[in-house]
Design a protein around this ligand. Structure first.
Ligand code: ZN
Length: 158
């Protein structure tokens, strides 16, 4: 079994459990969208996914179906929704491993921050009167591209 199969199998299992628990139908559209998400990988917007499916998938899913399907996946907790930038971004959620992200406040880009010591610490954080379900940390700032653009703009205005 390759990496894609393993990720898809795990996500599909999570989705099917949710659909069964909520008396919802297992549709071919939902499976196809999930498969596309697994193949696309990483952090993506609805537009990224729609473009990818138009290119790579034989299945034609309308934008509104896609939108509702993503909502279902978020509710099923197999998809993480980052509602931070101008457009929401999504990411497959196949494990409860803590995650940290860098968020550019200028262009809205979101990147994973891979810092083993921080990820390990995040996993140990407990709060009073609150149960942490999925440890996620967002660090706001400015990406390199936006910082360079701002520096250039400053220079030309002098
Ligand atoms: Zn930026």
């Amino acid at each position: 079994m390759d990496m894609f199969d393993e990720i898809y199998r795990k996500a599909l299992q999570g989705l099917n459990e949710y659909l069964e628990a909520n008396n919802m139908r297992k549709t071919a559209e939902r499976q196809e969208v999930l498969s596309a998400i697994c193949r696309l990988g990483g952090i993506f917007t609805q537009v990224d996914l729609a473009d990818f499916m138009e290119r790579e998938s034989q299945f034609c899913v309308s934008r509104s179906t896609l939108f509702h399907t993503l909502d279902t996946f978020v509710a099923a907790r197999i998809l993480l929704k980052h509602a931070l930038g101008r457009a929401a971004s999504y990411e497959l959620l196949t494990s409860k491993v803590p995650r940290a992200y860098l968020v550019c406040q200028t262009c809205g880009e979101i990147r994973r921050l891979e810092r083993p010591e921080l990820i390990k610490y995040l996993g140990t954080v407990r709060a009073r009167l609150f149960s942490v379900r999925q440890p996620i940390l967002y660090l706001n700032g400015e990406c390199k591209k936006c910082a360079q653009r701002a520096r250039k703009a400053k220079k030309t205005s002098l």
